[in-house]
Design a protein around this ligand. Structure first.
Ligand code: NAI
Length: 329
């Protein structure tokens, strides 16, 4: 039988953690034959709640759960980990400005990136969920760099929730099933500026853009609906999306480790300079995953509308990067 993979989850006592841990432990992320050891990080004041979550994990008697540790120390949480899901982040408090939010998170992700750089397994795959996730992933990547252990390409941000939201909207508009839809892209930042690009989407060989045949819908309904979905869920539920965010994290890591079977999926990854995105920025792009690696889908045609949208979401990311530049030493 396989030896266990160490999986780190930060913010493990939070609401996404509560939807995520049980699915990782049941084998939905890394496979139904892959034992896992959960290494759970949260703040000191959350350790009591985390102990309760661990009691529930025990009470599930998951056959694949080979161990659980809880800690408030990143050096312990990231030790020898091969899969790190960085969910914990500082939420925006009342009256808190964007630059303060960026700065507070920069502190967290500098520490965690450095801990990954020093203590994680060299092949550790990192997914940042905690917002602002692209810039947090950028900070973690830059902070790990000086240790020369975990490569920059292994630091990714979660655009998969936007991808899944867009798939679902396209399925309902076109009357086709979600599983029939191929070749969706979500470019850029995980924020309302993201650009869900349906130009290449097919369903059983048909072009979905032609099936829908309604550019006004794309511009005035589809893009705003996907972009503002997080806010709509907070408005309806009184809490932010957690189960769907956990589901997207499972999808992202599952496909990275086990492959996307030739399908395009969206990941926020370090730009290589293609598509006019400056190298180094963490930006949502289409990838195909196989053998534990992702490969960018290259050479897609970018029309004027798409260029404008891609540059708009990029401008937000370059601003965020500028906002944290002096915090990265
Ligand atoms: P939550 O507030 O319920 O839980 C966050 C947990 O993180 C708390 O237990 C808190 O104690 C912990 N935490 C805070 N700072 C920490 C640190 N330095 N180290 C370890 N743990 C720390 O929040 P929820 O709903 O679970 O969301 C978590 C994050 O995910 C938020 O930043 C949210 O904006 C983001 N998110 C991202 C999505 C995406 O698509 N990328 C989608 C939905 C949420």
């Amino acid at each position: 039988s396989k030896s266990p993979i160490r999986v780190t989850v930060t913010g493990a006592a939070g609401q996404i953690g509560y939807s995520l841990l049980f699915r990782i432990a049941s084998g939905e992320m890394l496979g139904k034959d892959q034992p896992v050891i959960l290494q759970l990080l949260d703040l000191p004041q959350a350790q009591k709640a985390l102990a309760g979550v661990i009691m529930e994990l025990e009470d599930c008697a998951f056959p694949l759960l080979a161990g659980v540790i809880a800690t408030d120390d990143p050096a312990i949480a990231f030790k020898d980990t091969q899969a790190a899901l960085l969910v914990g982040a500082r939420p925006r408090g009342p009256g808190m400005e964007r630059k303060d939010l960026l700065a507070e998170n920069a502190k967290i992700f500098t520490v965690q990136g450095a801990a990954i750089g020093q203590y994680a397994a060299p092949d550790c795959r990192v997914l940042v969920v905690g917002n602002p996730c692209n810039t947090n992933a950028y900070i973690a990547k830059e902070s790990a760099k000086k240790f020369g252990r975990v490569p920059a390409k292994n630091f990714t941000a979660m655009l998969r929730l936007d991808h899944n939201r867009a798939l679902s909207q396209l399925a309902s508009k076109s009357g086709r099933t979600v599983s029939s839809l191929k070749n969706l892209v979500v470019w850029g930042n995980h924020s309302p500026t993201m650009y869900a690009d349906y130009r290449f989407v097919t369903s059983n060989g048909d072009k979905v853009k032609a099936l829908i045949n309604d550019e006004a819908w794309n511009r005035d309904v589809f893009l705003p609906t996907v972009g503002k979905r997080g806010a709509a869920i907070i408005e309806a539920r009184g809490l932010s999306s957690a189960a769907s965010a956990a589901n997207a994290a499972i999808d992202h890591m599952h496909d990275w480790f086990l492959g996307s079977n030739g399908e395009w999926v969206t990941m926020g990854v370090e730009s290589d300079g293609s598509y006019g995105i400056p190298a180094g920025i963490i930006y949502g792009v289409p990838v195909i995953t196989a053998n534990g690696e992702y490969t960018r889908v290259e050479g897609l045609e970018i029309d004027a509308f798409s260029r404008e949208r891609m540059d708009f979401t990029l401008s937000e990311l370059t601003e965020e990067r500028a906002g944290v530049a002096d915090l990265l030493v």
